[in-house]
Design a binder for this molecule. Sequence first.
Ligand SMILES: [Zn+2]
Length: 138
Amino acid sequence: MSFLDKFREKVSHFMSGRYGSDQLNLTLVILALVFTLIGSLTGIRMVTTLIADALLVFCFYRMLSKDRVRRAHENTVYLEKTYGVRKAISEWFQRLKNARKYRYFVCPKCKERLRVPRGVGKITITCKKCGEKFDGKA
Ligand SMILES: [Zn+2]
């Protein structure tokens, strides 16, 4: 058995029965990185380092916790409360990814987001949700 296999087995044994990681922990790590970055770009490093460290300590506490039911409940509540924000971020990345292929419009009547293939020129766009017609250039 190699050193790596022994190490992997020891970590696996240590983590058995513990909660591990989830979406809330990933968010805590990202927030800690953001606070660290803000601290290094501004002069308030002391405060941001303290916040980042507190977030990481909470993250490790959750990862190593054996109260799996409570940690899973925390994650479920987090996912429910942040659904709108996470969906908006996901859609923003999707629009960024498709920016070369599509032009995006917002319906003036119902605010539905619509997409039109780029390069079709001046067109009349019909909202698929409310039927409103408006002009656009894609
Ligand atoms: Zn509409």
